[in-house]
Design a protein around this ligand. Structure first.
Ligand code: NAD
Length: 336
């Protein structure tokens, strides 16, 4: 029988996780939760996902004419595993419920690393999640960094990583977040949290990061500078990246995040999601023994396949990470 997945929180990440679980043949969505009867709740109903709500929201959903399947606690009790996609710092407040019910749980990158003892990336530490009760899928930026650093470290040894992240200010549907016209040091004091977060997956990597928030919604952009232990050529790096299941080399005249998203639209990707790390092929350079490149990270979607692989590892559906990654990728990708 299929693994029963509940999705607690149905926003940017939760709605994509629900659709991605729906596309797999070894797991099913038994319910999603919403706190407010808004258009996303309506979408879930129209898609046929049972909607669970907090006791206190029952009346509001009734008034809005949205059918409710039960309370969040009832949903959690029906599940083999919960993917918690509530806003950052809220997820941890649900831990008591998951422990009480005895259900496995996955949190997202907005939670502190201390929400549970395991941070997850499908390529770098899938084995550690095999059979685990709790895991945190690291943030969109950390996921993108791990996907590049892990294979480089395996093949050439990473001596140090320096990364500057130009962050999208808000997601496309977000009408509350700014800036509208500024570059914001995020934070002023260095390093940003991203470098240390990579160490929750690969503790031995020497990495520091700086981040700047920019008035854009499409994607984040990383400027990477990596010193490797062994010598290699630009072609070696291109070959290595092409061989990775979640790196897409971007070329054909693309020099912006806007064109990557347009490419995603043209490929017919659901919600134009480019869930692979998008490495700009011609940016890959080696200067004075150091590797440089740009990569763009689609913040709304790159962690989605990671959540699917975390479900497979934790519920012991698949022991081999590359097999799980391939299965997930195949289900999500039509073309491209
Ligand atoms: P979001 O605000 O888009 O969605 C959160 C959802 O949770 C909403 O549907 C909201 O109604 C619901 N919710 C709020 N309080 C709740 C509660 N107490 N119980 C149940 N549901 C509740 O947030 P998001 O962007 O999807 O982020 C979710 C998590 O994923 C955060 O940890 C975030 O840091 C992380 N994340 C976000 C992005 C991104 O770019 N948006 C990328 C990677 C990781």
């Amino acid at each position: 029988s299929k693994v029963k997945v509940a999705i607690n929180g149905y926003g940017t990440i939760g709605k994509r996780v629900a659709d991605a679980v729906f596309l797999q043949d070894d797991m099913e969505v038994i319910g999603i939760s919403k706190t407010k009867p808004n258009f996303e709740a309506r979408t879930a109903v129209l898609k046929g996902f049972p909607v669970y709500v907090p006791e206190s929201s029952m009346d509001a959903f009734k008034k809005a004419g949205l059918p409710v399947a039960g309370t969040i606690e009832e949903m959690v009790k029906k599940a083999d595993i919960v993917v918690d996609c509530t806003p950052g710092k809220i997820g941890i407040t649900n831990k008591e419920l998951y422990e009480k019910v005895g259900v496995k749980a996955i949190w997202q990158g907005g939670e502190s690393k201390d929400v549970c003892s395991l941070s997850f990336n499908a390529e770098a530490n899938y084995d550690q999640a095999y059979g685990a009760d709790y895991a945190r899928v690291v943030s969109c930026n950390t996921t993108g960094l791990c996907r590049a650093i892990y294979p480089l470290d395996q093949k050439y040894g990473v001596e140090k990583v320096r990364v500057t992240i130009v962050r999208r200010a808000g997601d496309p549907g977000d009408i509350k977040t700014g800036p509208v016209d500024a570059l914001v040091l995020d934070p002023v004091k260095l390093p940003s949290h991203h470098g240390p977060d990579v160490k929750t997956i690969m503790p031995h990597i020497n990495i520091t990061s700086a981040a700047i928030k920019a008035p854009t919604t499409f994607m984040h952009l990383h400027v990477l500078n990596i010193k490797l232990k062994k010598e290699c050529t630009v072609d070696d790096i291109k070959k290595l990246f092409v061989s990775r299941p979640r790196i897409k080399l971007i070329s054909d005249g693309i020099s912006s995040t806007a064109e990557i998203i347009e490419f995603g639209r043209d490929l017919g990707r659901s919600r134009n999601d480019m869930w692979e790390s998008c490495v700009f092929k011609d940016s890959i350079s080696i200067d004075d023994g150091e590797l440089y490149f740009f990569q763009a990270i689609h913040q709304e979607s790159d962690v989605i396949p990671e959540n699917i692989d975390a479900i497979r590892a934790m519920t012991k559906l698949e022991k081999d990470n590359l097999k799980s990654i391939e299965k997930t990728n195949k289900a999500l990708r039509k073309i491209g």
